[in-house]
Design a protein. Sequence first.
Length: 86
Amino acid sequence: MTFHSDITGSVLAISGTTLSIIGTLFNNISLDHTMAMWLWMLSNPLLLCWAYGSYKKWWDGALSIEALAVMYLVFTISNFYGLFLA
């Protein structure tokens, strides 16, 4: 495992996570489902590449796992908001 590959894994996870979070906010808060799908169409391949690289042990996943944990926290909070408070 090289320093370069760890950076690659982090960039994939953080950029994919960021796009997923923005898409989720468009979906759950703004109710703009089309924009959400466009953003998810971009984020899903990034996170797929991150997951495959993690499986192949091309990166250690430390920062990547934290990014995904934040993503799922935002998903949970915005889902609750969208269902019960919006």
